[in-house]
Write a protein of this length. Structure first.
Ligand SMILES: NC(=O)c1ccc[n+]([C@@H]2O[C@H](COP(=O)([O-])OP(=O)(O)OC[C@H]3O[C@@H](n4cnc5c(N)ncnc54)[C@H](O)[C@@H]3O)[C@@H](O)[C@H]2O)c1
Length: 344
């Protein structure tokens, strides 16, 4: 006789905001995760809510109903940026753990409020920096740690897209009130986080220049950010809403004294892409293989890591105060009061 295996523990999740990122990446990840269970969906737009294919989930149009649902232990917040802070505070007050999309908040003050609310309530908080969970980026972290690249002198990221005005019916990304900014606040948080994680370093300084070059939006349509890490390495991020999608625009390059690493098409929401190294002495390029077992959805990896920490009562890999520091860094790098030239 076989003994019945004890049922694996699964964390009960709700997703709040069932738009692009939730529909295409977060919800499939929660449905496929070994230690998570999707129990509820919430969107203020009933049509968006009903469009999500999912069986046996509760569907709500208001956050209050999610908070009253006893099966919900953790909430993935995927609403427009200006709602992150108040929603996190409400979830924490109801005893729900929170994994919140980037940017964590629009101001560091909001970020601090989120962290204290979660600490007061004794719930876990993490910002959804999915890209640090990509297999190529995890491999890069190991290579840097093992010294394969030698001393890292410079790091460069180009992460950009073309964002037309009618990208979504309600394109909140170009509304400063809802987004808190433009291409810079939307796209730069990934690179700011990722380079710290891969280099095992911390930004010491950051300056930025923004532009409104192509799209006549009330927010920037491109930015270049430049800074220095505590180690002395320099970092450069190029982000944009004005970069044609046909160009190579998802690249991460690390220059080291022993090797140069290039991750191509690894930034973004999906697994895949490539990772190569050029040897400093021979100039020879080698490709770093990523096995299919390693190269899973970064969102799947992310929800499994978060759920494991909650279920096992372990702290999340990064303290939330660090995420507030990154929001602060981005805010101070923004050119306060900068007026864009008139649209032509
Ligand atoms: N990690 C990533 O790669 C990634 C990718 C895309 C978006 N994001 C982040 O995810 C968040 C959502 O972006 P998106 O592209 O999915 O936006 P979206 O506009 O496609 O979806 C947002 C959804 O939130 C819903 N919503 C708005 N107000 C609500 C409320 N009060 N209660 C419940 N639902 C509400 C909207 O109806 C919409 O369905 C943003 O913070 C964005 O920065 C992250």
């Amino acid at each position: 006789m076989f003994e019945a295996k004890p049922k694996a523990k699964r964390l009960g999740w709700a997703v709040v905001g069932c738009g692009w990122v939730a529909r295409d990446y977060v919800i499939p990840a929660l449905q496929g995760a070994s230690n998570a269970r999707l129990v509820a969906l919430c969107d203020a737009n009933a049509e968006a809510l009903m469009r999500i294919p999912a069986d046996d989930v509760n569907r709500y149009t208001a956050l209050g109903s999610v908070l009253a649902d006893k099966d919900v232990q953790a909430v993935y917040i995927a609403t427009p940026n200006h709602l992150h802070a108040a929603m996190t505070e409400a979830c924490a007050a109801a005893g729900k753990h929170v994994l919140c999309e980037k940017p964590m908040a629009v101001t560091p003050r909001e970020g601090l409020r989120m962290v204290s609310a979660c600490q007061r309530a004794g719930v876990h908080y993490a910002t959804a920096f999915d890209q640090r969970h990509h297999a190529a980026h995890r491999k890069l972290r190991t290579l840097v740690k093992e010294g394969v690249l030698g001393t890292i002198t410079q790091a460069r990221i180009h992460y950009a897209c073309w964002l037309p005005e009618d990208w979504t019916p309600d394109n909140w990304r170009i509304d400063p009130e809802q987004a808190g900014g433009g291409a810079m606040i939307d796209l730069a948080p990934h690179g700011l986080d990722l380079l710290e994680v891969i280099l095992g370093d911390e930004w010491e300084s950051l300056t930025a220049m923004t532009q409104r070059r192509v799209h006549c939006y009330a927010v920037d349509d491109g930015a270049v950010l430049m800074g220095q890490f505590k180690s002395g390495a320099l970092g450069l991020l190029q982000v944009a809403y004005n970069c044609p999608d046909a160009y190579p625009r998802r690249t991460l390059e690390l220059i080291g004294t022993r090797a140069r690493a290039l991750a191509y098409k690894t930034m973004g929401q999906t697994p895949g892409g490539s990772l190569s190294l050029i040897d400093a002495k021979t100039g020879e390029e080698t490709w770093v293989p990523l096995s299919p077992e390693e190269d899973r959805s970064p969102f799947l990896q992310q929800v499994e890591v978060f759920s494991t920490c909650v279920l096992e009562g372990r702290p999340q890999p990064f303290a939330p105060e660090r995420d507030v520091r990154l929001v602060g860094l981005l805010t101070q790098a923004t050119q306060a009061g900068k007026a864009f030239p008139p649209c032509h």
